[in-house]
Design a protein around this ligand. Structure first.
Ligand SMILES: NC(=O)c1ccc[n+]([C@@H]2O[C@H](COP(=O)([O-])OP(=O)(O)OC[C@H]3O[C@@H](n4cnc5c(N)ncnc54)[C@H](OP(=O)(O)O)[C@@H]3O)[C@@H](O)[C@H]2O)c1
Length: 220
Protein backbone atom coordinates (compact mmCIF):
# COMPACT_ATOMS: atom_id res chain seq x y z
CA UNK A 1 0.00 0.00 0.00
CA UNK A 2 1.46 3.35 -1.05
CA UNK A 3 0.17 6.31 0.96
CA UNK A 4 0.85 10.02 0.45
CA UNK A 5 0.63 12.11 3.63
CA UNK A 6 -0.10 15.84 3.40
CA UNK A 7 0.74 17.89 6.49
CA UNK A 8 3.32 15.24 7.37
CA UNK A 9 5.46 17.78 9.28
CA UNK A 10 2.57 18.67 11.61
CA UNK A 11 1.81 17.09 14.96
CA UNK A 12 -0.79 14.65 13.69
CA UNK A 13 1.00 14.18 10.37
CA UNK A 14 4.19 12.98 12.05
CA UNK A 15 2.20 10.41 14.05
CA UNK A 16 0.42 9.35 10.85
CA UNK A 17 3.76 8.79 9.10
CA UNK A 18 4.98 6.63 12.04
CA UNK A 19 1.74 4.66 12.19
CA UNK A 20 1.67 4.01 8.44
CA UNK A 21 5.33 2.95 8.40
CA UNK A 22 4.64 0.62 11.33
CA UNK A 23 1.91 -1.03 9.24
CA UNK A 24 4.49 -1.67 6.52
CA UNK A 25 3.02 0.89 4.13
CA UNK A 26 5.17 2.71 1.64
CA UNK A 27 4.82 6.35 2.77
CA UNK A 28 5.38 9.51 0.76
CA UNK A 29 5.48 12.76 2.75
CA UNK A 30 4.61 15.64 0.41
CA UNK A 31 5.89 18.66 2.34
CA UNK A 32 7.15 22.21 1.94
CA UNK A 33 9.88 21.77 4.60
CA UNK A 34 11.59 18.43 3.95
CA UNK A 35 14.31 19.01 6.58
CA UNK A 36 11.78 18.58 9.39
CA UNK A 37 11.41 14.84 8.77
CA UNK A 38 14.02 12.16 9.40
CA UNK A 39 14.83 9.95 6.43
CA UNK A 40 14.12 6.29 7.10
CA UNK A 41 13.26 3.04 5.40
CA UNK A 42 9.85 3.09 3.72
CA UNK A 43 9.58 6.88 3.74
CA UNK A 44 10.04 9.10 0.69
CA UNK A 45 10.16 12.81 1.42
CA UNK A 46 9.01 14.90 -1.53
CA UNK A 47 9.23 18.66 -1.45
CA UNK A 48 6.35 20.43 -3.14
CA UNK A 49 3.55 22.92 -2.84
CA UNK A 50 -0.08 22.22 -1.96
CA UNK A 51 -0.89 25.26 -4.11
CA UNK A 52 0.40 23.43 -7.21
CA UNK A 53 -2.04 20.86 -8.56
CA UNK A 54 0.42 19.48 -11.14
CA UNK A 55 3.11 18.87 -8.49
CA UNK A 56 0.59 16.99 -6.37
CA UNK A 57 -0.73 15.00 -9.35
CA UNK A 58 2.81 13.86 -10.16
CA UNK A 59 3.41 12.91 -6.52
CA UNK A 60 0.06 11.11 -6.16
CA UNK A 61 0.39 9.07 -9.36
CA UNK A 62 0.77 5.41 -8.39
CA UNK A 63 -0.41 5.96 -4.80
CA UNK A 64 -3.30 3.97 -3.32
CA UNK A 65 -4.34 6.63 -0.83
CA UNK A 66 -3.86 10.23 0.23
CA UNK A 67 -4.25 11.28 3.87
CA UNK A 68 -4.48 15.00 4.63
CA UNK A 69 -3.55 16.36 8.05
CA UNK A 70 -3.10 19.88 6.72
CA UNK A 71 -4.17 22.86 8.74
CA UNK A 72 -3.35 26.49 9.24
CA UNK A 73 -1.02 26.61 12.24
CA UNK A 74 -3.07 28.24 15.05
CA UNK A 75 -1.96 31.82 15.74
CA UNK A 76 -3.50 35.08 16.89
CA UNK A 77 -3.50 36.22 13.27
CA UNK A 78 -5.42 33.13 12.11
CA UNK A 79 -7.93 33.42 14.97
CA UNK A 80 -8.50 37.15 14.35
CA UNK A 81 -8.24 37.43 10.58
CA UNK A 82 -9.13 33.90 9.58
CA UNK A 83 -7.56 31.84 6.83
CA UNK A 84 -8.48 30.50 3.43
CA UNK A 85 -5.84 27.74 3.43
CA UNK A 86 -8.35 24.91 3.06
CA UNK A 87 -10.52 26.77 0.52
CA UNK A 88 -7.41 27.56 -1.52
CA UNK A 89 -5.90 24.10 -1.43
CA UNK A 90 -8.52 21.36 -0.88
CA UNK A 91 -10.10 21.74 -4.35
CA UNK A 92 -6.60 21.44 -5.90
CA UNK A 93 -5.78 18.41 -3.76
CA UNK A 94 -9.02 16.75 -4.84
CA UNK A 95 -8.39 17.56 -8.51
CA UNK A 96 -4.89 16.10 -8.21
CA UNK A 97 -6.35 12.96 -6.59
CA UNK A 98 -8.83 12.68 -9.48
CA UNK A 99 -6.14 13.28 -12.12
CA UNK A 100 -3.82 10.71 -10.54
CA UNK A 101 -6.73 8.21 -10.15
CA UNK A 102 -6.03 7.65 -6.46
CA UNK A 103 -8.77 5.44 -5.03
CA UNK A 104 -8.85 6.54 -1.37
CA UNK A 105 -8.77 9.91 0.43
CA UNK A 106 -8.87 10.38 4.21
CA UNK A 107 -9.32 14.00 5.30
CA UNK A 108 -8.72 15.28 8.82
CA UNK A 109 -11.21 18.02 9.63
CA UNK A 110 -12.24 19.27 13.10
CA UNK A 111 -15.15 18.61 15.41
CA UNK A 112 -16.72 22.01 16.00
CA UNK A 113 -16.69 23.09 12.39
CA UNK A 114 -20.01 23.86 10.72
CA UNK A 115 -23.05 21.97 11.91
CA UNK A 116 -20.95 19.77 14.23
CA UNK A 117 -20.69 22.78 16.59
CA UNK A 118 -24.36 22.31 17.40
CA UNK A 119 -23.54 18.90 18.88
CA UNK A 120 -20.95 20.28 21.31
CA UNK A 121 -21.31 21.42 24.93
CA UNK A 122 -22.47 24.98 25.58
CA UNK A 123 -19.00 26.15 26.63
CA UNK A 124 -17.31 24.94 23.46
CA UNK A 125 -20.19 26.10 21.32
CA UNK A 126 -20.17 29.66 22.62
CA UNK A 127 -16.55 30.26 23.46
CA UNK A 128 -14.42 28.13 21.20
CA UNK A 129 -16.47 27.23 18.17
CA UNK A 130 -18.63 30.34 17.74
CA UNK A 131 -15.94 32.80 18.78
CA UNK A 132 -12.26 31.84 18.96
CA UNK A 133 -12.03 29.26 16.19
CA UNK A 134 -14.98 30.29 14.04
CA UNK A 135 -12.90 31.68 11.17
CA UNK A 136 -10.64 28.62 11.15
CA UNK A 137 -13.68 26.35 11.03
CA UNK A 138 -15.54 28.44 8.42
CA UNK A 139 -12.59 27.85 6.08
CA UNK A 140 -12.97 24.09 6.52
CA UNK A 141 -16.74 24.15 5.95
CA UNK A 142 -16.40 26.10 2.71
CA UNK A 143 -13.52 23.94 1.48
CA UNK A 144 -15.18 20.62 2.28
CA UNK A 145 -17.96 21.36 -0.21
CA UNK A 146 -15.40 20.30 -2.82
CA UNK A 147 -15.50 16.72 -1.45
CA UNK A 148 -18.56 16.24 -3.68
CA UNK A 149 -16.22 16.41 -6.69
CA UNK A 150 -13.83 13.75 -5.36
CA UNK A 151 -13.79 10.57 -7.44
CA UNK A 152 -11.90 8.64 -4.77
CA UNK A 153 -13.62 6.90 -1.87
CA UNK A 154 -13.31 9.63 0.73
CA UNK A 155 -13.84 9.77 4.47
CA UNK A 156 -13.73 12.96 6.53
CA UNK A 157 -12.77 12.66 10.21
CA UNK A 158 -13.83 15.23 12.83
CA UNK A 159 -11.59 14.84 15.90
CA UNK A 160 -12.24 16.58 19.20
CA UNK A 161 -9.43 18.63 20.79
CA UNK A 162 -6.14 16.75 20.62
CA UNK A 163 -3.37 16.53 23.23
CA UNK A 164 0.22 15.37 23.34
CA UNK A 165 -0.59 12.85 26.09
CA UNK A 166 0.32 9.21 25.56
CA UNK A 167 -2.05 7.14 23.47
CA UNK A 168 -5.03 5.63 25.24
CA UNK A 169 -6.13 2.05 24.41
CA UNK A 170 -9.16 2.96 22.27
CA UNK A 171 -11.13 5.83 20.82
CA UNK A 172 -14.62 6.12 19.35
CA UNK A 173 -15.20 6.70 15.65
CA UNK A 174 -18.86 7.18 14.82
CA UNK A 175 -20.81 8.63 11.91
CA UNK A 176 -21.82 12.20 12.73
CA UNK A 177 -25.47 11.60 11.91
CA UNK A 178 -25.68 9.13 14.85
CA UNK A 179 -24.35 11.76 17.28
CA UNK A 180 -26.77 14.00 19.19
CA UNK A 181 -24.24 15.49 21.60
CA UNK A 182 -20.59 15.45 22.61
CA UNK A 183 -20.69 16.38 26.29
CA UNK A 184 -17.97 18.33 28.12
CA UNK A 185 -14.57 19.12 26.64
CA UNK A 186 -13.18 15.78 25.48
CA UNK A 187 -9.45 15.61 24.73
CA UNK A 188 -7.92 12.79 22.75
CA UNK A 189 -4.19 12.13 22.19
CA UNK A 190 -2.78 12.97 18.75
CA UNK A 191 -1.45 9.41 18.61
CA UNK A 192 -5.00 8.02 18.76
CA UNK A 193 -6.15 10.38 16.02
CA UNK A 194 -3.29 9.28 13.79
CA UNK A 195 -4.03 5.60 14.44
CA UNK A 196 -7.68 6.09 13.43
CA UNK A 197 -6.74 7.95 10.25
CA UNK A 198 -4.34 5.19 9.22
CA UNK A 199 -6.78 2.43 10.19
CA UNK A 200 -9.34 4.07 7.90
CA UNK A 201 -7.12 3.85 4.81
CA UNK A 202 -8.14 0.32 3.76
CA UNK A 203 -11.76 0.76 4.94
CA UNK A 204 -13.52 1.56 1.70
CA UNK A 205 -16.91 0.79 3.28
CA UNK A 206 -16.51 4.15 5.04
CA UNK A 207 -16.75 5.92 1.69
CA UNK A 208 -18.56 9.27 1.81
CA UNK A 209 -18.81 9.15 5.60
CA UNK A 210 -18.16 12.00 8.04
CA UNK A 211 -16.97 10.58 11.35
CA UNK A 212 -16.68 12.00 14.85
CA UNK A 213 -13.46 10.92 16.56
CA UNK A 214 -13.55 11.19 20.34
CA UNK A 215 -12.71 9.51 23.63
CA UNK A 216 -14.42 6.19 24.40
CA UNK A 217 -18.07 6.86 25.25
CA UNK A 218 -17.59 10.58 24.58
CA UNK A 219 -20.82 11.02 22.66
CA UNK A 220 -24.52 10.23 22.87
N1 LIG B 1 -4.76 20.17 17.17
C1 LIG B 1 -6.01 19.87 17.48
O1 LIG B 1 -6.44 19.86 18.67
C2 LIG B 1 -6.96 19.49 16.39
C3 LIG B 1 -8.19 18.90 16.73
C4 LIG B 1 -9.05 18.53 15.72
C5 LIG B 1 -8.73 18.79 14.39
N2 LIG B 1 -7.53 19.40 14.08
C6 LIG B 1 -7.26 19.68 12.67
O2 LIG B 1 -6.42 18.64 12.20
C7 LIG B 1 -5.48 19.14 11.25
C8 LIG B 1 -4.07 18.84 11.73
O3 LIG B 1 -3.91 19.39 13.03
P1 LIG B 1 -2.45 19.48 13.70
O4 LIG B 1 -2.67 20.08 15.07
O5 LIG B 1 -1.74 18.19 13.56
O6 LIG B 1 -1.78 20.58 12.73
P2 LIG B 1 -0.32 21.24 12.76
O7 LIG B 1 0.55 20.56 13.77
O8 LIG B 1 -0.50 22.72 12.90
O9 LIG B 1 0.24 20.88 11.31
C9 LIG B 1 -0.28 21.50 10.16
C10 LIG B 1 0.39 20.93 8.95
O10 LIG B 1 -0.11 21.62 7.80
C11 LIG B 1 1.00 22.12 7.05
N3 LIG B 1 0.72 23.37 6.39
C12 LIG B 1 0.08 24.46 6.88
N4 LIG B 1 0.04 25.44 5.95
C13 LIG B 1 0.68 24.95 4.86
C14 LIG B 1 0.97 25.49 3.57
N5 LIG B 1 0.57 26.71 3.21
N6 LIG B 1 1.65 24.71 2.70
C15 LIG B 1 2.04 23.45 3.05
N7 LIG B 1 1.81 22.90 4.24
C16 LIG B 1 1.13 23.65 5.14
C17 LIG B 1 2.10 22.32 8.08
O11 LIG B 1 3.34 22.37 7.40
P3 LIG B 1 4.62 23.13 8.04
O12 LIG B 1 5.15 22.16 9.07
O13 LIG B 1 5.52 23.32 6.87
O14 LIG B 1 4.10 24.41 8.67
C18 LIG B 1 1.91 21.09 8.95
O15 LIG B 1 2.51 19.97 8.35
C19 LIG B 1 -5.78 20.63 11.12
O16 LIG B 1 -6.66 20.83 10.03
C20 LIG B 1 -6.48 20.96 12.44
O17 LIG B 1 -7.37 22.07 12.30
C21 LIG B 1 -6.64 19.72 15.05
Amino acid sequence: MKVVVLGATGTTGQFVVEEALAKGYEVVAFVRRPGVLKERKGLTITQGSIEQQSEMRDCFTGADAVVSCLGARPSLRVFCKGTNLQQRTLPKIISAINDAKVSRFVLMSSFGSGETAEKSSWFLKIFLYHFVAKKLFDDKVMAEKSLSTCHANWTAVYPVTLTKDSAIPTSDLVTLNRVRQVPGIPRLPFANAAKSLVDLIPEKNRSGQRLLLTIPGGWR
